[in-house]
Write a protein that binds this ligand. Structure first.
Ligand SMILES: Cc1ncc(COP(=O)(O)O)c(C=O)c1O
Length: 343
């Protein structure tokens, strides 16, 4: 029997560990829409404290939490300023336009890193002929930029410029845990001055489902209404929150291993002349194919047949993501198998 493929498509492919499943089975639950679920409330309070925010609300997905954050910070007919390759631009089904009547104002950067100066340059002068800005969004780590970390100084600059313009900032922190580990800082050091923060439990933390939106106490009631409108009110949600609480206790402290594995994979791949890499800062390795004859469409099936699963991130770009369910040995084996296809 051949070995199962090494799945580096995403950090969302992890399966809940037996101990996490036990925590789910034993969770104390209530009806979170009717009068509250005690485990979910415990998770929300813990996340709020971790992120240095007043409160938090549990969501079934990061997309729904992001969308709710944008609804809180904008009005219809305004613009959302954000980096041009952000998740909110490309992977949320035009949600900010379709849901809230908000226009995306993408800001191009060479490396995915937004700055206060770039936001300032994108602000339109007040005029009755152009739309008003509604809010600014940032993403940390930046997925499409290869898991790049937005340093706290850059965030502080963005918060300052936004605040001067009367705008609030939403932080898409699906992988904020990875950014904090990479910087060796508490997560709360990466959220200063932002209005709403989304964090995900179903990526590096290995949960089956779930995200939180951390926010100011004055925003919680309206966020609750929007979540309900979007169909995100969940009943015995403590089953899912128990997994997240378990993950904060057991999986947060090991995220650095994923970063070491990404670095190891990049070091091994750097020896292949057929590829060029974006040096990984966290758990994502972007692999650019340099040979004329290689495209994502032709190379991915060959890699899959060799036993390594990746996803395309452009016509000649592949993405590999390290996670809880791949060991150092798996990564070494993946590099060997990739060598057979790419060298
Ligand atoms: C940066 C970023 N933001 C938001 C999301 C959305 O999360 P979900 O898949 O839980 O909706 C993702 C998911 O991949 C992501 O990578």
């Amino acid at each position: 029997m051949s070995a199962p493929p090494i799945d580096l498509r995403s950090d969302t492919v992890t399966r809940p560990a037996p101990a996490m499943r036990r925590a789910i089975a034993e969770a104390e639950v209530g009806d979170d829409v009717l009068d509250g679920d005690p485990t979910t409330r415990r998770l929300e309070r813990r996340v709020a404290e971790l992120l240095g925010q007043d409160d938090a609300l549990f969501f079934p997905s990061g997309t729904q939490a992001n969308q709710t954050g944008i609804a809180l910070l904008t009005r219809p007919g305004t613009e959302l300023l954000l980096e041009a390759n952000a998740h909110l631009v490309h992977y949320e089904m035009a949600g900010v336009a379709a849901n809230w009547g908000v226009q995306i104002r993408p800001i191009s950067t060479p490396d995915g890193l937004l700055t206060g100066d770039l936001v300032r340059a994108a602000l339109r002068p007040a005029s009755p002929h152009v739309p008003r800005a509604g809010a600014v969004a940032v993403e940390n780590t930046h997925n499409a930029a290869g898991g790049r970390v937005l340093p706290p100084e850059a965030l502080a600059g963005i918060v300052q410029v936004a605040g001067d313009a009367g705008l609030r900032v939403h932080l898409d922190g699906a992988r904020l845990w990875n950014a904090a580990v990479a910087l060796g800082l508490p997560v709360s050091a990466l959220t200063r001055g932002v209005g709403t923060v989304m964090v995900s439990f179903s990526k590096g933390l290995g949960c089956p489902v779930g995200s939180c939106l951390a926010l100011g106490s004055g925003d919680r009631a309206f966020a609750w209404e929007i979540r309900r409108r979007l169909g995100g009110g969940m009943r015995q949600s403590g089953l899912l929150s128990a997994a997240a609480l378990w993950a904060l206790d057991h999986n947060l402290s090991r995220i650095g291993e994923d970063h070491e594995h990404a670095k190891l994979l990049a070091e091994r791949l750097a020896a292949f002349p057929a590829v060029r890499l974006v040096p990984p800062e966290t758990n994502i390795v972007m692999i650019d194919l340099v040979r004329e004859s290689d495209t994502a469409e032709t190379v991915l099936p060959r890699l899959a047949r060799a036993g390594v699963l990746l996803v395309p991130f452009g016509p000649r770009r592949l993405r590999a993501v390290t996670h809880l369910d791949v060991s150092r040995r798996d990564v070494e084996r993946a590099a060997d198998l990739m060598a057979g296809v790419l060298s």
